[in-house]
Design a binder for this molecule. Structure first.
Ligand SMILES: Cc1cc2nc3c(=O)[nH]c(=O)nc-3n(C[C@H](O)[C@H](O)[C@H](O)COP(=O)(O)OP(=O)(O)OC[C@H]3O[C@@H](n4cnc5c(N)ncnc54)[C@H](O)[C@@H]3O)c2cc1C
Length: 472
């Protein structure tokens, strides 16, 4: 993609303060983008520090040009492994089929990079390191959001009060920003019925990342590529995943399918929603004796996981129809909560905040009509994708976890007989859009399939103009 000269653009300072709720992947990436765009912002995070819980994240080729443009791709390479293959096995370890990054289609050749597999905590630490410390405020659980024609007022559990022109909810599946916004809309009778319904819930999940393990016992740990070992355990009614990370560590996940109905879901939600360490230990006992492809039991891998760092989470899914009102807008899991099987959660929240920033730099004024106009453009650009990824992750979840002869046949056909042309159609759909931040210079994007063209924005951050004068 050719980068435009900045001569034909004009410098401006956007006099707008953005409050970001949540320092997860979406909130941190939005902070970095606003930093580069010279837009004032503050991040409010409920935890007293970056929450280190979680397992692995897959960064697709579709977000890699942005990391390259931000100068972070070398670090991503250092902290991650390229995805090589996902090997699916039965309870007895017999191979059902393999999903490979190289055959029938080489992902690197076509899109300029393999998917990168990185521990969530490593990715969050890298993103957080790009943001000035004073701009992330920890221990700020947002409780209440009010807005009027002139501003948004945010009240936190520590009694602090914050003011902003725009509020972005990057606060995940149980978003307090969404709940506040929806309560207001519901009181006025303006909330679609679907947005009031609970999230779909059919899986419990246990995750962790080990300390470095001995690669002489498991040579595949030291391999260049990350080869997932996924066992579809019909007897134990679960699937379990081992994912090699850099540093001879294993990211692991057990997913248990249940179909116990709404009442059970509500009880569970009350007890442990979110990524919590409390219930993890208890759940782990059920799965310790499962055999892994590394020749050891899952219990041995769990024992190599630092104490207190395992997390249990209810895997929920839902697409919400309402993404904004007035000065408040939602992103990521707050509006499209996906199951982790399609590897889309982190990628799509990055796409959301990038699209939002690319519209934000076009903001004409700080008035509600102009802000809502840009939110509508963001909604139109991102909501069709959000809806698709929720549906897709649900289907992939069924394919990977459901029992039954039909599912067995579909799994085998999909994994063993996928022709190159079909793989290319599916992957092109996801990887044609490889967007960058439009107010700073673009970088070249490698790969046989060039990305959808983008235009530089007319807005140029003041700091960039100081470094690169526009006049000859
Ligand atoms: C601790 C944790 C571990 C995870 N582990 C994995 C994993 O292993 N694999 C995977 O595929 N996905 C994982 N996810 C989910 C994945 O990160 C998201 O699907 C994806 O990145 C979308 O992110 P998001 O920014 O929209 O929300 P999230 O990543 O959920 O981030 C939301 C942030 O908002 C904060 N927050 C919530 N409520 C408030 C409030 N009221 N006030 C202030 N702050 C608030 C949260 O503490 C969190 O930091 C994890 C999420 C979390 C929070």
């Amino acid at each position: 993609m050719a980068s435009l000269d900045i001569d034909d653009t004009k410098a401006a300072i956007l006099d707008c303060h953005v409050c970001i709720v949540g320092a997860g992947i979406g909130g941190l990436m939005l902070g970095i983008l606003l930093e580069r765009a010279d837009i004032k912002y503050t991040i409010l995070e409920k935890h007293p520090f970056h929450n280190p819980l979680g397992s692995a994240i897959c960064l697709e080729p579709s977000v890699q040009p942005l990391f390259r443009q931000l100068g972070l791709m070398d670090e991503i390479h250092r902290l991650s492994k390229p995805f090589g293959a996902m090997i699916f096995r039965e309870d007895n370890l017999n191979i059902i089929g393999t999903f490979s990054a190289q055959t029938p289609l080489d992902i690197n050749d076509r899109y300029g990079g393999y998917n990168r597999i990185i521990a969530r905590r490593d990715l969050c630490a890298l993103l957080a390191a790009q943001i000035p410390k004073e701009k992330i405020k920890f221990g700020k659980r947002v409780l209440e959001v009010r807005q009027n024609a002139g501003e948004v007022i945010i009240r936190c559990s520590d009694k602090s009060v914050h003011h902003a022109d725009i509020l972005v909810g990057c606060d995940g599946a149980y978003s307090a920003v969404r709940q506040g916004l929806y309560a207001d809309l519901s009181a006025k009778g303006e909330l679609p019925k679907q947005d009031n319904a609970p999230m779909g819930y059919q899986y419990d999940c246990l995750v962790g990342v080990t300390d470095p393990m001995d690669p002489s016992k498991n040579p595949s740990l030291a391999g260049k590529f990350s080869e997932f070992q996924t066992i579809l355990a019909k007897d134990a009614n679960c699937s379990y995943w081992c994912i090699p990370l850099v540093g001879n560590r294993i990211s692991w996940m057990v997913v248990k399918f249940h179909n116990k109905g709404r009442k059970y879901a509500e009880e569970q939600l009350f007890k442990h929603s979110g990524w919590g360490a409390e219930a993890a230990e208890l759940m782990s006992y059920e799965f310790r004796e499962l055999i892994t492809a590394y020749g050891c039991e899952l219990g041995e891998i769990m024992d190599n996981t630092p104490k207190g760092s395992m997390a249990k989470v209810m895997l929920e899914e839902k697409f919400y129809k309402t993404w904004y009102k007035g000065r408040v807008v939602l992103t990521g899991d707050a509006v499209h909560k996906v199951l982790p099987f399609g590897g889309q959660g982190a990628n799509q929240c990055i796409h959301d905040v990038l699209a939002l920033t690319n519209f934000l730099v076009q903001l004409k004024s700080n008035t509600v009509p102009d802000i809502e106009e840009l939110f509508e453009s963001y909604f139109k650009a991102r909501s069709p994708v959000g809806r698709t990824v929720v549906n897709m992750s649900s289907r992939v979840g069924n394919l990977m976890n459901r029992k039954g002869m039909m599912n067995d046949i579909i799994r085998k056909v999909a994994l063993r007989h996928m022709p190159r042309w079909l793989s290319q159609i599916i992957n092109d759909k996801w990887s044609y859009d490889r967007p960058q931040l439009e107010c700073i210079p673009f970088v070249e994007v490698p790969g046989e399939l060039q990305p959808r063209p983008q235009k530089r924005s007319a807005y140029v951050p003041a700091s960039l103009v100081e470094r690169e004068p526009t006049s000859p």
